[in-house]
Write a protein of this length. Structure first.
Length: 450
């Protein structure tokens, strides 16, 4: 866990920021300078990312035998073990001689420094934040620790020093983006899944036949496409659960479910002559629920008559029946002749790149502000819902946590509005987007009331 130390001269708001980050009033806060003497540690959180935060005594220039010098030694010890230091100044007071003195001292120290202009909620505070450029640490992060403003910008400044965890119970497999493409081929019985894989491999690797149900196990095969590794998984045909009576078929369906869960991209193979049937939509919904990238492929296209009309009907059905994932790729292929096969695999790689995309926190919060201005959250029980900031806490699929007041009261329709806006504005076609609404902690609430 990263360690972040809060430093600065006395009475600039270090303990107030510490309380804000740890989510409760642990450090004593008072208008008098010098209240904090020993360094205090707690578990802080920003954007769903936890880290160790250290509150330190105010930096003062004092004789070596004075109490203030011992307090400064405590601060030095905190900096020695920190990944980064938040150097606070009081933006309302502007840059003081003591700020400049300790800025020079911090530049010689071991920790990376993030300059923070606290108390910047007023006009004078914003002017003081601009003055802070002269300290030589680049652009200051303007915040109000007391009112909880500017935390999204603070998260973005600290992001290089923090490691975002996956949601509970899941692993964020970010390091696997350039590994083998895990590609599952799924669909109803007898749509040509095994024939497609045999065509890809250039050999009769899998059994095929005109009768449905030839494939029972999910078969994984390592393969290379144009120098790029692929792990292909052929699966049993999925029928409607009400029609599954045989135990072997039930186990085959469970095996296919596992293949979907462990895939990165799922190709749902359709029989072009049958169109998009209800069972196809059920398989697509299952894929989306598992958070996998989805590609639709209409097979046996070489046997289709009136191709433009059938393709138009397929696209219309996809758009109306799968609103959770707009602009799902819909390709036409022929497993028997090889038509469209290269394009299918190329699209699968492109979908994995979209599925693995990370959105910069600054851009995400600018987007959120614009989305809230365009269509504000509704009023519930006479009070406006407030969404304050957002952070992407996971890739694969893109997962965004939005922090604000009363998250449980936000209507599902408004969550869909945000998800559709994310998909449109950040170009995320064909992949599920997860939005998690979380309460922004009140640092001054009693335990159990936050």
């Amino acid at each position: 866990m990263a360690v972040i130390a809060i430093v600065g001269r006395p009475n600039v708001g270090k303990s107030t920021l510490f309380n804000r980050l740890v989510g409760r009033r642990e450090a004593i806060v008072d208008d008098r300078p010098g209240v904090t003497r020993d360094r205090r540690e707690g578990t802080g959180s920003l954007g769903g990312v936890e880290f160790t935060v250290v509150d330190t005594a105010g930096l003062e220039d004092a004789p070596a035998d004075a109490l203030e010098a011992a307090m400064r030694s405590q601060t030095e010890a905190a900096l020695a073990g920190a990944d980064a230091a938040l150097f606070l100044i009081d933006a309302r007071a502007g840059v003081t001689a003591l700020d400049s003195h300790f800025a020079a001292w911090l530049r010689r120290g071991p920790a990376a420094v993030v300059l923070v202009a606290n108390k910047a909620e007023s006009g004078r505070g914003m002017e003081g934040a601009l003055e802070a450029y002269e300290l030589g640490f680049g652009a200051p992060v303007a915040i109000s620790a007391e009112h909880g403003e500017g935390l999204a910008d603070l998260y973005e400044a600290l992001a290089p020093f923090l490691e975002a965890p996956a949601p509970e119970g899941e692993e964020d497999r970010d390091d696997e983006t350039e590994g083998p493409l895990k590609l599952a081929i799924v669909g109803r019985p007898n749509v040509g899944k095994s024939t497609l894989i045999n065509r890809l491999l250039g050999e009769d690797r899998l059994l095929t036949g005109p009768e449905p149900g030839v494939t029972r196990d999910a078969i994984a095969i390592d393969w290379v496409w144009k120098g790029r590794p692929v792990r292909l998984v052929d699966t049993a045909g999925l029928r409607r659960r009400a029609r599954v009576q045989d135990r072997i078929e039930w186990l085959s369906a469970a095996d296919t479910d596992r293949a979907i869960r462990f895939a990165e991209v799922v190709v749902l193979l359709l029989d072009a002559a049958d169109g998009l049937e209800r069972q196809d939509l059920a398989i697509a919904a299952r894929t989306i629920e598992e958070g996998r990238a989805l590609v639709l492929a209409a097979n046996k296209w070489d046997l289709v008559r009136d191709a433009p009309e059938i393709l138009r009907a397929l696209r219309d059905r996809v758009e109306t029946s799968l609103p959770q994932v707009r602009n799902v790729p819909l390709l036409t292929v022929s497993a028997a002749s090889g038509r469209g096969i290269d394009r299918l695999i190329r699209t699968a790689f492109e979908c994995r790149e979209v599925w693995s995309r990370r959105i910069p926190t600054g851009a995400l919060n600018r987007w959120l502000r614009e989305a809230l201005e365009t269509h504000p959250p509704p009023v519930v029980k006479g009070r406006r819902l407030r969404l304050r900031y957002a952070a992407q806490i996971k890739r694969r699929p893109p997962t965004v946590a939005i922090f604000g007041s009363r998250p449980s009261a936000v209507p599902e329709s408004y969550v869909r509005y945000l998800a559709n806006g994310l998909r449109r504005d950040f170009d995320l076609p064909g992949v599920p987007i997860r939005i998690l609404l979380r309460a922004a902690a009140n640092p001054y609430a009693e335990d159990g009331q936050r």
